[in-house]
Design a protein around this ligand. Sequence first.
Ligand code: TTP
Ligand code: CA
Ligand code: CA
Length: 605
Amino acid sequence: MSSPTSSRHDAQPQSRFTFRDLRLLGQSSVNSPLRVITLIDFDCFYAQCESVRLGLSPDQPLGVQQFKHVIAMNYAGRAAGLKKVVNAEEAKLKCPSIVLQHVPTWREGDTTWRYRDDALEHMDIDKSSLDYYRLQSKKAMAVLKQTLPGDRQLIEKAGIDETYVDLSGPVHQELLKRFPEFVTEPPSLDAHLPLPIDPLLDWSDTAVEEDTSDEARQHVDWDDIALHIGCELVKSIRSAVQCELQYTCSAGIARNKVVAKLAAGHNKPNRQTVVRTCGIEPFLQQYKFTKIRGLGAKLGRQVSKAFETELVSDLLNVPRATLASKIGSSSAAWVYNVIRGIEYSEVTDRTQLKSVLSAKTFMVSLQDISQAEKWLYIFAADIMGRLEDLGGDRRPKTVAVHLQVNGPRAPTRSKQGPIPLGAKLDTDLLLKLSRDLLLALEKEGATWPLVTLSVSVNDLVDVERGSRAVDSLFAAAGKTSPLPSSRNSNGWSSNAKVVDTKVVETVKDTRANPKKRTLFDLGFAQQGSRNEHMSKKVRAIDNLTAKDEAKGDINGSGSPLHEDAPDVEDGEGAYDCPTCARPVPASDVLEHLDWHAAVELSENG
Ligand code: TTP
Ligand code: CA
Ligand code: CA
C-alpha cells in the first residue's frame, strides 16, 4: 500500500466508515465493521508433524496411522489419490511408496507413551497418545505469540491444529502508525473517515475473494486496508512458524470467525485467503450452509430438512419470518445473518472447557483392580497433560470414574468425588482418587470383568477466580511417577477417605441418553441389525481423545466452545468411509471406523 489519505478529514469523497468504527477497531469490539479476524489451520497436521520428525521430504507420501486407519494424510499422499482419512491397507495398495507412521501409544503396564512398531498388533492393550502433536501445537502457539505485535493478544485455540486470532488491535495500531492523521482528535465520532486515496493494495501473498464487478473492485475503503494489514501479519506468523518449526499452515482472513474459518480451508495447503467485505456474499454462496461453523450439525439438518436444500444461495431467498416459523426466532435470527456473512462471536482467549475425559474400551475385559489401576495411571497422566495444555489456569473440582460391565450398550455406573482444594493436583493424586472411586464402585456392584473404563475430571474453574491454594498449582504433567503396580496396596488404602460423603453416584443408561454416545452407538445406530454380533465377544478399540481433539474440542468434554453459535462443530465436511463408502461427518470418523474394526474382530472370533 503506498498512498496517504486525503489531507483533511472533511475532504471528499468520504469513507463508509466513521471515527467510531475506527475506535471500536482499537477496542477489538465485535461491533466494528473494520474487524479483522484470522483462523490459522495447519496443513495435514499430524502428517506434517511426522514428516518433520522423521526428516522426510514433504514430497514423500505419508499417512499417520491409528490402528487400522489413516487419520491424517499429507498432501503428497493426497496428490496420489488418497483421501485425508482412509483405511491403512487401501492406502498401501493405492500408493505402495507411502510411509505409514503409527501414532504413539500408551500401553498397559508401561509408564510413558511411545512410538512403537507393534501398535497394530496391540490394539487391545494400547491407547493412542496425542501428546507429541499437542506439544508441536504448543510450540507453534509460542511462535505465534512471539510474532504477533501488541501486548493485548486475543488468541483462541479452537482445536489441536487451529487457532483464531483477533487482529483488530494490532491492525489498529499499525493503521495509526501508517496514517498518523487519525491520531488527532476527530471532529466527532460520527464523522466519516476520509477515503484512502489510490491505495494500491498488493495482495500477491494472498488469494483474494471479492466481488468481481469493477465498481466493487475499485472501491477500496478502510476495511480493505485493515484486512490487508491483517494479511501482512498473518503472513509473518506463517513464515515464522515455517522458519522455526518447518510446518506450513493455511489461513483465512475476514471480518468474522465464520468467514475466516471457511476461507482458511479455501486454498489449502500453505496459502492464505482473504475475503474482502464486498466479497463475502459471493464467497458464501459457493458453499453449502452445512459447511458453516454452527450449521454443521443439528441446526443445519433442521434447516435443510425444512427447506429441502443445503445451498446458501437457496436459503438467501427465504424470508426471516419463514425461517423463524420453521426453526424458532432466535435460531432464525442467527441463521439469517450468518448466511449473509454477518456474525459477531468473539475470539475468546480462555477455553470454556468444563471437563476432560480419558477412556478406553477393552477388547479383552479387565479382570481385577490391579489390571485396572494400570489404566487409571494412563488416564491420570493423559488428563494431567491435557490440563497442563490449558496453561495450568483451569482446575477441576471433581473427579469421576465410569464403568460398563455388560458391554457398551449396558448402563454405565459412575462415582464422583471432590478433588481436595489444598492438595497439589498431579498424576499421583488423580490416580489415588480414581482408584478409591473404583474400589467404592467395586464394593457396590458387579464390576469384573470390565469392558469400558474411563476417568473424567469435571467442573473446571479458573484458578484465579476460585480455589487457588498456595500449593495447589499443577505439577508438570511430564513428571510422572512409577506405575501403581510397583507399589504395594497399603500406599493406596490409607487414602480411602477421599471418597467421602459428598460422593455422587450415578447410573446412566446410555440408551436413554443420546447425547452421551459411546464409540459403539454410532455404529449401532447406523447398522442396528448387526447388533447381536457385537454382544459378548466384542471388544473395540476406543480413542475418544483423537476424535474429540479433531473436532475442535481440544479436551474431549464435548462441550461447545461458543455459546453464540447454536450448534458449533467442526466446519469441515463429511468423509466417505473407506469400508462402507457412506459419508461420515468429520467428527464421527474415528468412531465409525472403530465400529468397523469392532465388527471385524467379533466376526473373526
Ligand atoms: P484437520 O485440520 O481436519 O485435518 P488435517 O490438518 O489433517 O488436514 P488439512 O490440511 O485438510 O487441514 O485435523 C487436524 C488433525 O486432527 C489431523 O491431522 C488428524 C486429526 N484428525 C483425526 O484424528 N480424526 C479425524 O477424523 C480428523 C478429520 C482429523
Ligand atoms: Ca488442519
Ligand atoms: Ca483443523
